[in-house]
Design a protein around this ligand. Structure first.
Ligand code: ADP
Length: 270
């Protein structure tokens, strides 16, 4: 007889806990299928820039006497190499985050610092599209976390807001305390996300529109990384969006304690 968790309830030779074994096999098969898909996806994603680099190198060889053409192809090679670098960096980030490694010690982290770092990392891309990033909200919030991971998560959200917004628009990033969490929101007035895609965008390599995404240089890994950072911290990520109007992503991370020292007044929670 097999009880809960495969414990034997009666004496006598123990029959194998068949249901549990079957469940384990099913889970192992599922994990294996996910791993196979992932490796296939990585292979496919790497093939595109590597193939382009190889073709461009050939073109440079053929045009060696024409400095202008060489210049043109060299610029495109740099673009492909940048894309490859980003893909590899994001793959490493993702494998660290989901590799089951213990999370580094969670320390008090200032949300303002995280937001400022993320704005800093995206301001050049924003300026190139004449997009203004306005940081606001409640200052002085402190969460418990890993600063580098949180900065990566907010950077990914801001980078997407820039990538999927038309030139000349505005992005707002801010934080507020709510029910024991810091809610960090990134709001854009960009193209928005169709309803049927909203739950899937957090999957690895999922993109709403392949052609649109490849023109933005996206890898399809940014939001998967955000999702892992949120869950590593005991938080969450959610999205509100309206096609043609824009999107708001909300990252919730547990607050470390009292948000602001005396003197830096924090408005009471709404
Ligand atoms: P990518 O590198 O392609 O941006 P992400 O994982 O960061 O990958 O995002 C997945 C997909 O979600 C994107 O390809 C895009 O279609 C959609 N998306 C993400 N953020 C936004 C946004 N702010 N506005 C519109 N679409 C977005």
């Amino acid at each position: 007889l097999v009880g809960v968790h495969g414990m034997r309830l009666e004496s006598g030779p123990a029959p194998a806990p068949v249901a549990l074994v079957l469940q384990d096999v099913t889970e192992a098969r599922r994990v294996e299928a996910v791993r196979r898909d992932f490796v296939a996806n990585v292979g496919h994603e790497l093939k595109t820039p590597v193939g382009a680099l190889s073709l461009l190198a050939e073109a440079v060889e053929d045009a060696a006497d024409d400095p202008e053409i060489v210049q043109h192809f060299a610029a495109r090679m740099r673009h492909e190499a940048d894309r490859l670098t980003r893909l590899v960096r994001e793959l490493i980030d993702l494998s660290r985050l989901q590799g089951g490694e213990p999370l580094p010690e969670l320390l008090p982290v200032e949300v303002d610092t995280v937001v400022a770092e993320a704005v800093d990392r995206t301001k050049l891309a924003a300026a190139a599209k004449h997009i203004d990033i306005a940081a606001g909200g409640q200052g002085g919030l402190v969460v418990r976390g890993v600063e580098s991971q949180l900065a990566t998560a907010v950077t990914n959200l801001l980078a997407n807001a820039v990538a999927y917004s038309p030139a000349g628009t505005r992005i707002a990033v801010g934080a507020r305390a709510r029910s024991g969490f810091a809610e960090i929101t990134v709001t854009d007035s960009g193209i928005g996300i169709p309803r049927q895609d909203r739950v899937r965008i957090f999957e690895r390599f999922y993109r709403v529109d392949q052609s649109r995404a490849s023109s933005t240089g996206g890898t399809g890994l940014g939001l998967a990384i955000v999702k892992h950072v949120a869950s590593n911290h005991g938080g969450s990520i959610s999205v509100w969006s309206e096609e043609g109007l824009g999107s708001t992503f909300t990252l919730r991370i547990p607050l470390a304690g009292r948000p602001a020292p005396a003197g830096e007044a924090t408005p009471p929670e709404a």
